[in-house]
Design a protein around this ligand. Structure first.
Ligand code: ZN
Length: 241
């Protein structure tokens, strides 16, 4: 069903891909997935005025651990200037009650903008593949994470850039537990210890926010301990680190 599944490790690997790397669990898994499927992997991280800078540090660490060919941190417009989202300001996080009953962590246009910018970089790199961690299963209901949105955007990019771009979304139809299993399969587990998920921007993670709870549920259902939690525990027991 998904284009992303058409690539298998036994097939010849495509030359290159640009991976959207936020530093979170899903994009970290996607980075390692891409390493299995592409000869050369570029990572792209956006600095868009997000509330927590810890995400950018996580992206740097994960890219280094994965040994990516080139990691670009692209400074884009400060999306907070367009209006409030709990990820951009100090508004308390609410899981429902936004427009269309979306969580107030939704940043309208963010993924659309990021994918277009990633495609622009891919164009310059003469690369035909983008990889993103969008997921429409078991997620917050963000409309820009749905495959229908991605398909439409892929078409728009192909038309607007006259460049053949395929957007791979290997996690699109996986549950959080299945994503954890994929992370193990592609060797991302060690790097997941350095990924960042918590909406409150905390390390050790707060454990209470929707992002922390969703992550915890995925690991619990997959039956393994989250390496981030293991790392947090060892940091607490040896405070000098
Ligand atoms: Zn949290």
């Amino acid at each position: 069903m998904t284009q992303s599944m058409e690539l298998s490790a036994s097939q010849q690997r495509a030359p290159s891909a640009v991976v959207l790397l936020s530093g979170g669990q899903d994009s970290t898994t996607c980075l390692y997935w891409a390493k299995r499927h592409f000869e050369k992997v570029y990572a792209l991280t956006f600095d868009y005025g997000q509330r927590h800078r810890i995400e950018l540090d996580a992206a740097r660490t994960v890219a280094q651990m994965a040994g990516v060919a080139h990691h670009l941190i692209l400074r884009v417009c400060e999306l907070e200037q367009l209006g409030g989202s709990a990820l951009l300001s100090d508004i308390p996080i609410q899981e429902t009650g936004g427009r269309g009953n979306l969580p107030n962590t939704f940043v309208p246009g963010r993924n659309l903008l990021f994918l277009v910018l990633a495609a622009a970089w891919a164009y310059q790199l003469e690369c035909h593949h983008l990889v993103g961690g969008m997921c429409q299963t078991d997620y917050s209901g963000y409309p820009d994470c749905r495959r229908a949105t991605i398909d439409a955007l892929e078409q728009a990019i192909r038309l607007g850039m006259e460049w053949d771009i395929t957007i791979h979304t290997p996690l699109m139809f996986l549950t959080k537990a299945e994503s954890v299993k994929l992370a193990i399969e592609v060797g991302a587990l060690e790097a997941l210890a350095y990924s960042h998920t918590c909406y409150e921007g905390r390390f050790p993670p707060c454990g209470q926010c929707p992002a922390c709870r969703l992550r915890a549920r995925g690991f619990e259902e997959a039956g393994i301990e989250d390496p981030l939690i293991v790392r947090a525990r060892s940091t607490i027991s040896s405070p000098q680190s």
